[in-house]
Design a protein around this ligand. Structure first.
Ligand code: SAM
Length: 162
């Protein structure tokens, strides 16, 4: 598979998982958490597919398309290690959906990042909330869900908060 094929498959899997996650939270009240703004593609997708939901974005350094930057009230700046544990004071109520797209080219740093997120993110989620993630998130409060058709295991991840 070429790198182009791999990139396209990753983004196709990402979109399929976000769409599935959005469809699963119809009965769950609460905002959406976007961990990793990047250039804002998935943030923009989430606001399109969940137009009625408040979306809080976590990012250490904003470098997104200008049209895809949330207002100051919904942008939580800083490293996740510091911002996530204190985030309930900002978001005000448990979230219905979280999307974590936090991987980088550094495999060890990404694994550390994912471990920190897995340990803290469930504290911010409502019972039954759904998580979509580019990295596996190992925590007993997060139960893996089946992936949409066509998404190979390991390419993206879906979880339900118990
Ligand atoms: N989903 C985004 C999109 O569609 O454009 C791409 C996200 S990009 C792969 C990962 C982003 O997560 C980067 O912008 C990076 O700065 C951010 N990030 C990764 N680890 C972080 C951390 N520990 N704290 C804050 N931001 C982090």
């Amino acid at each position: 598979m070429s790198r182009l094929d791999s990139f396209i498959r990753r983004l196709t899997a990402q979109r399929a998982c976000l769409d599935r996650a959005a469809g699963l939270i119809g009965d769950i009240d609460g905002p959406v958490l976007e961990l990793g703004l990047g250039n804002g593609r998935t943030y923009d997708h989430l606001r399109h597919i969940l137009p009625g939901r408040e979306i809080f974005v976590f990012e250490r350094q904003v470098a997104a398309h200008p049209d895809c930057i949330p207002d100051d009230a919904h942008l939580i700046l800083g490293d996740l290690a510091a911002t996530l544990p204190a985030a309930m004071a900002r978001i005000g109520r448990p979230a219905a959906l979280a999307h974590a797209d936090i991987g980088s080219g550094d495999i060890e740093a990404t694994a550390r990042n994912a471990a920190r997120v897995a340990a803290v993110l469930p504290d911010l989620l409502a019972p039954g909330a759904v998580v979509a993630a580019d990295q596996p998130l190992a925590d007993p409060r997060l139960i893996a869900l089946a992936l949409p058709d066509g998404v190979q295991p390991g390419r993206y991840h879906l979880y339900r908060r118990v």
